[in-house]
Design a protein around this ligand. Structure first.
Ligand code: 5GP
Ligand code: ZN
Length: 146
């Protein structure tokens, strides 16, 4: 897709700090990292989000994640890396700002080095077990027909 910045990065038409590339996958440093080592992993082909991503592309993409995770761990462990978030946003409401599918690999550190503060609040009062079971049934029916 000609107007897409991540397509341009994967093609080499825009510069990036590349860390990995193969026939299908491109991984590079995020330009505005939230922690030291924040990486992005993308398919070279343009898919806007997870809904559009074919299973074989997803498979190729995730097959390199353990290797990248290990490389981040070995690179930053001595500098205090304590964990890693693998994050992927779909839709503006979910925080997506670049509409070419990408996964974030975000090394985690102690508070003073860590600009990433995700949090969620379980809805235990309203999302009761009965509701969870009903949601599961609805999703299961569609999953089985896909
Ligand atoms: P999103 O919010 O869509 O999940 O994440 C998009 C990410 O892409 C952001 O973390 C942002 O910093 C990064 N980003 C946006 N434009 C560029 C760019 O031109 N180069 C690189 N390396 N990262 C970018
Ligand atoms: Zn693209």
């Amino acid at each position: 897709m000609t107007s897409c910045i991540f397509c341009k990065i994967a093609n080499g038409d825009l510069p990036s700090e590349k860390v990995y590339e193969d026939e299908h996958v491109f991984a590079f440093m995020d330009i505005t990292p939230v922690t030291k080592g924040h990486l992005l992993v993308i398919p070279k082909n343009h898919y806007e989000n997870v809904y559009d991503l074919p299973a074989d592309e997803a498979s190729h993409l995730f097959s390199v994640v353990p290797k990248l995770a290990q490389a981040l761990k070995e690179t930053f462990q001595q500098e205090g890396m304590k964990g890693l978030n693998v994050l992927q946003n779909n839709g503006a409401e979910a925080g997506q700002s670049v509409f070419h599918f990408h996964m974030h690999l975000i090394p985690r550190y102690d508070k003073q080095e860590d600009g990433f503060q995700p949090g969620w609040e379980p809805q235990i009062e309203t999302l009761t077990h009965d509701k969870i079971a009903a949601f599961a049934e609805r999703v299961r029916q569609l999953t089985e027909t896909k």
